[in-house]
Every structure is written in C-alpha cells, then in structure tokens.
Design a protein around this ligand. Structure first.
Ligand code: ZN
Ligand code: ZN
Length: 148
C-alpha cells in the first residue's frame, strides 16, 4: 500500500506529464542554462520548458504549468507582462480543471509580479526616466529569483 502522500505526489507528476504531452511541450533534460532551471523559463519557439524536475507540491506544479502556459498562450507581439498574465491564467485554469486548489501565496506573488511588470512597461512606454526604469528592472530581477 502506498501512503496517501505518495499517491498525491504521483498524481501531481502525472498531471504535469500529461499536460506536457497534450500540448506537445518537452522538458529540457540538460542544457548550458541549467543554472536558471531553479526559477524556470520557457523556450516558446522550440516548445521546451527549462525547469528543475520534481513536482511534489502544488506550488511546483503551478510553476511547471506556468512555464507550459508560456508555450500554449504565446502570441507574437504580446508584451512581457501580458505573456506572464496569460501563462499564469492558463496555469490556474489547468489546476482548477484537475480540482487542485491553487496555492494562495503563489497566486498573490504572481499578481504582484505581473502588476509591477505592467507598471514598468507603461513607464518605459511613457518615456519616463531611464534611472527609474533601471531601478524597477533590478527589483524584478530580485523578484524573479523568488520565482514568478
Ligand atoms: Zn535547460
Ligand atoms: Zn513566466
């Protein structure tokens, strides 16, 4: 008999793998950018997501689905914050499809991150001070390491 937590871990893995194959997305095995695998990124052109393996918790599943979402929702011409919003939405909808509760803290962080990115985009579009844009960019980079 498996414990219920082992059973749950298996189900979470199965969901990520099902969504990868259903959307014709592959998971990077090993690459020269493996140092960035902990925060994850998507190569939409090649339909590859780069991410640490292991989806034992709902937040790691959400993160994996977010990267798959980048590939699925990508349209040329979207602004960066629009891409983040679209992929996060897709990830949340996919979690709901499986009746998996969406971790609140991860959702909250994603909302803040997207809002800040949208503000940054608007500031740049409005041609506001380069220094202000750079300061915001630095704040993002720090934020991204926490994963969003
Ligand atoms: Zn990789
Ligand atoms: Zn993203």
């Amino acid at each position: 008999m498996r414990s219920s937590s082992e059973q749950m871990t298996m189900e979470l893995h199965a969901i990520v793998h099902y969504e990868l194959s259903a959307n014709r997305v592959t998971l990077c095995a090993k690459c020269e950018r493996a140092g960035s695998h902990h925060r994850g990124f998507a190569d939409v052109e090649n339909r590859v997501i780069h991410l640490d393996r292991g989806y034992a918790t709902r937040s790691t599943v959400l993160r994996a689905l977010h990267e798959i979402g980048h590939v699925v929702t990508y349209k040329p011409g979207m602004k960066r914050w629009e891409r983040e919003q679209a992929s996060q939405r897709w990830a949340v909808e996919t979690m709901r499809k499986y009746h998996l509760p969406v971790p609140r803290e991860a959702q909250r962080r994603a909302r803040i991150y997207i809002a800040r990115m949208a503000r940054w985009g608007r500031n740049i579009a409005a041609g506001r001070g380069k220094a202000a844009a750079e300061a915001t960019a630095a704040a993002y980079a720090a934020r991204e390491d926490e994963g969003a």
